[in-house]
Design a protein around this ligand. Sequence first.
Ligand code: PBG
Length: 325
Amino acid sequence: MASFPESRPRRLRRTGEIRAFVRETTVSPADLILPLFVTPGARVRNPVASMPGVDQTSVDELLRDAEEAMRLGIPAVLLFGIPESKDEVGSSGYHEHGVVQQAIRALKREIPELLVVTDVCLCEYTSHGHCGVLQGTDVDNDATLPLLARMALSHAEAGADVVAPSDMMDGRVSTLRNALDGSGFAAIPILAYSAKFASAFYGPFRDAAESTPQFGDRRSYQMDPANAREAIREVRADIEEGADMVMVKPAMPYLDVIHRVRTETEYPVFAYHVSGEYAMVQAAAERGWIDGDRAMREVLTSIRRAGADRIITYYARQFARGTAG
Ligand code: PBG
């Protein structure tokens, strides 16, 4: 085995060309999925204060953003809805003409080659902001499942390419699979938010999606940040129930979990670089405390290096354009 002075690792770092020649991990726009927030109306573009560079948009404006994403080589968008009205059971989330359902139809009509992934969860549509229906102050797992199935079906009927349950109810993946298969949608894949942790880093998203719980928190259904073995158990359960792709969320504080999931399964592994992770970099860059472009690239590279095949990130377009700003 060669050692110094024969071995000199710096030989491979001397120039940009040499560094690129031996680079182990790459990130390309084709690895990224862009989340979009759709709101009712026309010509609406509301900037999200805590996520500079991210807007809530009406369907017409959403089409522009999606078109740009496609031109930049991003293969998919992930849709979230901000509905006109909310109720106890989140019925605006599974309405045939809901905001997300309208957005899906418009996207598949105007940009058919762009993949449309939809978030399946009640929290944006319930008056209390929880991810399921309530029994007193508890989220009722089994009563929530049929509503999630209705939502997933309404997305599939509108033309969604992939449905992505993010609610963390037990049994949701098999419920969705059965519902889809029973209604002629056996070909629609499920991207399961399998290891979704109860995270402080979702704060800005809840501003963007207007989905902050009105009481309590999500710790009775989202995972304890301390648990990595349990993440594997969730991933295995989702795959057994019929998930086609699995996800770890958030990404950067859970790189070890991404790595473990990667070694545990042959299924495609997605990571969600969430709102708070994005906001941290944007805020520090705005103050001139860090170089936003470099930080963006370093973060996304680290998530790929940990083992994620694909990354859901608000940075998708900025990354593809080459600048975080
Ligand atoms: C819905 C959902 C959330 C996120 C994605 N889907 C919020 C939550 O669980 O509170 C968070 C995404 C982000 O922070 O970027 N359940």
